[in-house]
Design a binder for this molecule. Structure first.
Ligand code: SAM
Ligand code: SF4
Length: 339
């Protein structure tokens, strides 16, 4: 499907979600909790308070209704994220039920991996297609410094367990930061030798709760690329997913390596997604301050057509270039909106 990228009629596909710039929306990230069992210094403040309001937290039936409506609007890909999605006791059931909706082709999860030993076999059995495992260092002391928690051993064991399975597609998310973990680049690339994983080096993004953003730790995608190419001069450029702006394979390695310029480039031209927060706000753009609250309609026994209208309204609010609209009131944390 092609889109013009200019504002105009979006009569492209009336029954699907297409924004005012003719970009089809077929991907939804759902934050299933805003709670977390780590306190990554680039994501949350150490004293981050969990929201006590359990009433507004999306219940499994809310999420099912949302997916049902979205599948009917042409959405094919769902990612469960958070906060830490494995803190949801019903995460396996969420995956299982998401897979039953006609039209949903992929169900994925982004996790810090701490509780994966409890859930992996059941998630695979439930039909999970792919998993992004976030780990920024392979050093115990650094892990403690970055996450402010003593959990390295379990997370590392869980990563090894995950790498042993070939039942689902696996990506490692590594936020690369100057003088913090940039010297570990080769250790991460080593995972691609014997495993068909994608190791993704991600640029740090500025959120208000990101306390290391202003301390000069930002390491740009250009610098990551230069460093990577200095160690691996034989890299072959390959086509990656939308946000994987630079993507490579290394001869004789089974996996691939990608760089995500989350801050220095914007991916607005090809943006195909919306987000839903754990308290039911539809967020049409990462840089948008205020979402649209789904809950009154979702829980008010309104017909599906009212929800469809709400999603269309959200999609029509997508700016052509979100970063261009960036002002001082950026969000506090990636965990708030589902990274
Ligand atoms: N807790 C889960 C995890 O860490 O994978 C899921 C939620 S977390 C918000 C999703 C992804 O966002 C993680 O890969 C994390 O590293 C990334 N992230 C969080 N804050 C970020 C920031 N300020 N800049 C870049 N990436 C960030
Ligand atoms: Fe938690 Fe993920 Fe944020 Fe780390 S990046 S604090 S694991 S939500």
């Amino acid at each position: 499907m092609s889109y013009s990228g200019t504002k105009g009629s979006n009569a492209l596909l009336q029954s699907t979600l297409v924004d005012d710039f003719n970009r089809p929306v077929d991907y939804v990230r759902i934050a299933v909790t805003s709670s977390c069992n780590l306190r990554c210094s680039y994501c949350m403040r150490e004293d981050h308070k969990e929201t006590a309001d359990t009433e507004s937290l999306l219940k499994i039936r809310d999420i099912n209704t949302i997916i049902d409506v979205l599948a009917g609007l042409g959405v094919t890909k769902i990612r469960f994220t958070g906060g830490e999605p494995l803190l949801r006791k019903d995460i396996v059931e969420l995956v299982r039920q998401a897979k039953t909706h006609t039209g949903i082709k992929t169900v994925s999860l982004t996790t810090n991996g701490l509780l994966l030993d409890r859930f992996l076999p059941a998630l695979i059995d439930a039909g999970l297609d792919s998993l992004n495992f976030s780990i920024d260092t392979l050093d115990d002391n650094r892990y403690r410094a970055i996450t402010r928690r003593e959990e390295f051993k379990r997370v590392r064991e869980n990563l090894d367990m995950l790498l042993k399975t070939d039942a689902i597609s696996v990506k490692l998310n590594v936020v690369l930061m100057r003088d913090i973990n940039s010297d570990e680049l080769q250790r991460f690339v080593d995972f691609t030798k014997d495993h068909s994983v994608t190791v993704r080096f991600i640029e740090l993004q500025p959120f208000d709760d990101n306390q290391i953003w202003r301390t000069g730790k930002f390491f740009s995608a250009d610098k990551i690329r230069a460093l990577l190419q200095s160690y691996y001069p034989d890299l072959n450029p390959v086509r990656g997913y939308a946000t994987e702006y630079f993507s490579y394979t290394q001869p004789d390695h089974k996996g691939s390596i990608a760089i995500i310029p989350a801050f220095t480039r914007n991916f607005c031209t090809g943006c195909n997604k919306i987000r839903i927060t754990s308290n039911g706000q539809i967020i049409s753009c990462l840089y948008e301050k205020k979402g649209i609250n789904l809950l009154p309609i979702l829980r008010g026994n309104a017909p599906h057509s009212a929800l469809i209208e709400l999603f269309r309204q959200a999609v029509s609010q997508k700016p052509q270039d979100g970063k261009h609209t960036l002002n001082n009131s950026v969000r506090t944390s990636m965990s708030e909106i589902g990274g």
